[in-house]
Unconditional design. Sequence first.
Length: 319
Amino acid sequence: MRIIVLGGDGYLGWPISMYLARKGHDVLILDSCIKSQWELQLGIHPLTPTKTIHERINIFKEATGLSIYLRIGYIQNHRFLYRAFDEFQPETIVNCANQSSSVYSMMNRNTAIETMENNVISNMNILFAIMHSRCDSHFVIIGNSDADNSIDPKYINKFTGNVNARKTDEEDVPNIANSFCHLSHIYQVLNTYYVSKIWGIRVTLLNLGIVYGISTDETEIAHGLETRFYYDSVFGTVVNRFCSQAICEAPLTIHGSGKQKRSFIILRDAIKCLEKVILLSPQTGQVNILKGVADTLSINELAKFIQDNAREYDRKTEI
């Protein structure tokens, strides 16, 4: 199968690309590598040095004999997408290119707009590129399981089925966003749902729990294939950050009451979940909304769990 992975340079996109290549698929990565620029602007970096996407692809080929194809460009540039889709004719498109940090989206005007452009405009370009190339692709969007309750099909139907309504009651439009990042994801889903119905595009929205971990069978093939591991307060997920703090015997920092519940899934399982989704291709004009989670815990429960397990490694940390 010919598969395009958008955001294949990222934490999730890179191990997914290697996994799919080892499964015998032809994989093309499209990425702007903008995350590296954001890192420089904020003065943050992954926990361990990460080689460039070109270097990792070469190491992967030397170790496995398999090729992963790469094109560098902005997904906000529709001509870049049109050209790539026309030439590669993907059967499946996996969008891992979302700016998924709520913290980053709320930092200032520029980061809010960057998030909207990166997530909403890019997604529109992908939809139009699918139509332009006439490739009948299965479009898979990687979302966040925390958006599951807010992006309910009944609300989608109200938005898309009553586009001529002059007003909407408050109960029809609840307070469903807690950041510009979250809001951009809702726009993305609504646009995709509407377009799938009028153009007949096959779509799956895979809402994953918070992904944690760094190791997969593919990253362990050879040194230099590691994916990014963020532990900072902007791009670092809560599990990765707590684990890093516990190892350093620093206090586990909880923001707010800690009673909020979150869903989680380890990186290896997230990739296998995606593989199943790719094989469950929906019918023409159908949108599947699926969820991939392993555990659901409050932040307080998570912190206590990591604190208890840290003691097994002679690490003492406070909450």
